[in-house]
Design a protein around this ligand. Structure first.
Ligand code: URA
Ligand code: SF4
Length: 199
């Protein structure tokens, strides 16, 4: 990694670890910056915000929803989790796992923007309503947006259901959220493979 970019990453990580820009700083135990390849990163996954396990460990998607996400990627899509960059709209846990407010998302978006500038991915996968609606500036729901390739600032955006939603909807019947997600992760894999052929 070049000097400049590793310095930029370290400065950004330090800034987030000390951040007090919104009220979520008062109740967090750890900030959750994100993790994944910092160079040659093709795909970024954007979740909602840390839960209890993420707040305790400082790592994204390590609790039950995170384990399901890893399973979907690796067993549904044959996509190694560590080949993707994984982060969230807000870097601090909202109390009682409530959704982050618009203001909290807006305050924190500076950091996601900086991560995306440094990573310049080809694909951004948004999980659930919160990141999808925030980035697209829409009120349209995830059920209507998931599984579609949407141009977002020249990046291919691909909304999918949030794994927490899938934990509450166990059915695998045709047309169920889980069934659709297993289809979506295969579309994601096909797109990633197409990119790699072109490079
Ligand atoms: N849910 C999220 O949206 N993000 C995490 O990091 C963990 C659970
Ligand atoms: Fe700062 Fe984001 Fe944490 Fe708010 S959620 S305190 S903006 S890092």
């Amino acid at each position: 990694m070049s000097m400049d970019i590793s310095v930029a990453w370290n400065e950004l990580k330090k800034k987030v670890s000390e951040c007090q820009k919104c009220g979520l700083c008062k109740t967090r135990n750890n900030t959750v910056f994100g993790e994944g390849p910092e160079v040659n990163c093709k795909v970024v996954i954007v979740g909602e915000g840390p839960g209890a396990d993420e707040d305790a460990s400082g790592r994204p998607f390590v609790g039950k929803a995170g384990q399901l996400l890893t399973n979907i990627l690796e067993n549904g899509g044959n996509i190694p989790r560590n080949s993707l960059y994984i982060t969230n709209i807000v870097k601090c846990r909202p109390p009682e796992n409530r959704n982050p407010t618009r203001d909290e998302a807006q305050s924190c978006s500076e950091y996601l923007e900086a991560q995306l500038l440094l990573l310049h991915p080809e694909i951004v996968v948004t999980l659930g309503n919160v990141p999808t609606q925030f980035l697209l500036k829409t009120t349209q729901g995830i059920t209507g947006l998931r599984g579609q390739w949407i141009d977002w600032r020249g990046i291919k955006m691909f909304p999918m259901f949030h794994p927490s939603y899938l934990l509450r909807n166990e059915s695998r019947a045709v047309g169920s959220p889980k069934y659709l997600t297993w289809q979506d992760v295969k579309s994601l894999k096909e797109k990633i493979d197409t990119l790699q052929q072109g490079s």
